[in-house]
Write a protein that binds this ligand. Structure first.
Ligand code: ADP
Ligand code: MG
Length: 278
């Protein structure tokens, strides 16, 4: 199997499956299972090394680790933008390993992906649907529902530059929802946001998980994984990894191993927090 980088535009082609008809109904199930998934780039870099993971309905997985540990590569595999060197990916029990991005009910929100400045928020959100010639009324309905879900209704007629960074990030998530994705893959969705917007984005992502979307997001911030994920996959360079609940995975010992710094992990009013030791 060749390892190829497929174009982003492929995401905007027509997906098959029930989700193609619109938003996932509340309470519907979506699950994701990766078995021994590995990716070696043509230059020989082993970016993903035999990872197993499964996300059930309503679970919400954070991929945590330092730069270069393979977070983006793993997310691109899930979205179908890379073909694995070995291993399988299943969604809702269906093997999607060899399917094109358009044939998976997965949408990826890229790190730093911009909205088109000359289009309104609504036009940006509907882009994937109009590109596959979905009737205008149906596009408006899907976009309206996705905007409603993320509290963006009042921004639909605005241009991206009139939105804050956090609102733009939410609009990109809304664009993925409007495409009818059942699983969302978000590459460092909070990385370029200020504190308040990070919190808003994490809150919305967690709410979507509670509605039954399978969600995988990456972060290099252990505190965010603690706050917003039900499962954590901790990656380090060289393929080492740990997987489990945030409390199992995010420990001072593990963070020292992966990041090489001392962190104190403590419970504060029932919430676990990570405090670096300077
Ligand atoms: P992260 O998102 O955690 O920073 P990446 O998945 O981007 O990590 O990268 C993992 C490893 O794979 C790094 O060593 C990186 O240099 C390498 N890599 C990423 N993309 C490519 C590519 N297209 N070709 C070759 N090597 C790559
Ligand atoms: Mg990355």
């Amino acid at each position: 199997m060749t390892v190829g980088t497929r174009g982003m535009t492929a995401l905007y082609a027509k997906p098959s499956g029930p989700a193609a008809r619109g938003l996932l109904p509340y309470g519907a199930m979506a699950s994701l299972a990766l078995a021994s998934i590995a990716l070696t780039y043509p230059n020989g870099t082993r970016a993903v090394d035999a990872i197993d993971l499964s996300i059930a309905d309503g679970q919400f997985l954070a991929i945590l680790g330092p730069s270069g540990c393979g977070k983006s590569s793993l997310l691109r595999l899930v979205a179908g933008l890379e073909s694995p060197t070995s291993g399988t990916i299943a969604m809702d029990g269906r093997d999607v390993t060899r399917l094109e991005p358009k044939d998976r009910d997965v949408a990826m929100v890229f790190q730093g992906l911009a909205l088109y400045p000359h289009m309104t928020v609504a036009e940006n959100m509907g882009l994937g649907l109009t590109a596959r010639r979905v009737p205008t009324a149906e596009v408006a309905r899907s976009v309206g529902e996705a905007a409603e879900t993320l509290g963006l209704t009042r921004y639909l007629a605005k241009r991206p530059r009139e939105l804050s960074g956090g609102e733009r990030q939410l609009a990109m998530i809304a664009r993925a929802l409007a495409q009818g994705a059942r699983a969302l893959v978000l590459d460092e969705p909070t990385a370029s946001l200020d504190f308040g917007n990070q919190v808003r984005v994490l809150r919305e992502i967690r709410r979507l998980a509670a509605q039954g979307y399978a969600i995988v997001f990456s972060t290099h911030d252990p505190g965010q994984a603690f706050l917003a994920a039900s499962r954590v996959l901790l990656l380090a360079q060289g393929g080492a990894r740990r997987q489990g609940t945030p409390a199992e995975v995010i420990t001072a010992d593990n963070l020292r191993d992966v990041y090489g710094v001392e962190v104190r992990v403590a419970a504060l009013e029932g919430v676990r927090v990570c405090m670096p030791v300077l």
